[in-house]
Ligand binder design. Sequence first.
Ligand code: SAH
Length: 342
Amino acid sequence: MVKIDIKSLSLAELQQEMENIGEKKFRAAQLYEWMHRKLARDFSEMTNLSLSLREKCGEHFDLTVLKPVRVQESKTDGTKKFLFELPDGNLVESVLMKYHHGNSVCISSQVGCRMGCRFCASTLGGLVRSLTAGEMLDQIYAVTHHTGERISNVVVMGIGEPLDNRENLLRFIKMLTDEDGLHISQRNITVSTCGLVPEIRKLAEERLQITLALSLHGVSDEKRRELMPIAEKYSIGELMDACRYYFEKTGRRITFEYALAGGVNDTEADAKGLILLASSLHAHVNLIPINPVKERTYTASGREAVRAFQKKLTDAGINATLRREMGRDIDGACGQLRRNYG
Ligand code: SAH
């Protein structure tokens, strides 16, 4: 018998499953609370359920729990990187970042990635599979469990392309923001995409209040194609139309992520192009000095060049922030996550 992945079920689905195994519907709410509020790691912890029900659950359901096989802590900023083992033995990474305004977890959405961005470590071995909603949720639950830290913000910017895993992503967002679960506000969730145009349009239809971040990195089709294979498929024009549509449907401003690589995309012309694109969409720009990846050749723009680039944007009235390179010493920064021991 194939067991049901109980952590990926909505409360309504869980109620149905309880009926299917001959249990009262209200048991579902108790189980749901144990999993998604009390973050129980095993059916045996669910002490207000009878022993026989706990055993029955073990027979019918798999309770997804991620095992931290390595935890590294940054000496410079306290960022923690977790290498988690999934129930099938695959590995993904998640990162806990502490900010003044609260704790943020960066989670993975897939084992590997098939997008092939030329500056990113996560895509080196291709895509193995997408994560389930339960596996995405449990990255947050496991980080909370192992650190005792309350999480207020979640960014889906770890390994994988979240919009290449839309259904599980949507299920994950609904469950994470549900009042029966951790009840994190949609506004505290950011989903980052390399720019899958049809998927951005579909996501817009959901009218969520999450922040959508677009990994832009180049302001001409030519430059973008050099850096990101996905740019062969969708032009910047099509991408901007999809982002405009997203903004119109949701009222939420897009964030452009722009990783600065020295001598590659940090020229005067690049800044001008970025100003035009960002102002046409009222987008916020997040600059990231590109993080080193040993198999890749790109190097970050120098500190001065980064500041000067940012100043050009802000002088033109663009809201441009500089991302702190948190966790770089433990390869926990953007583009440095991988599905193995590195
Ligand atoms: N697939 C999604 C989310 C994962 S990557 C996406 O492409 O947006 C999260 C962010 O890190 C993206 O903006 C990505 O382009 C960026 N990134 C990847 N490699 C990087 C590197 N070496 N330095 C800085 N940012 C990088």
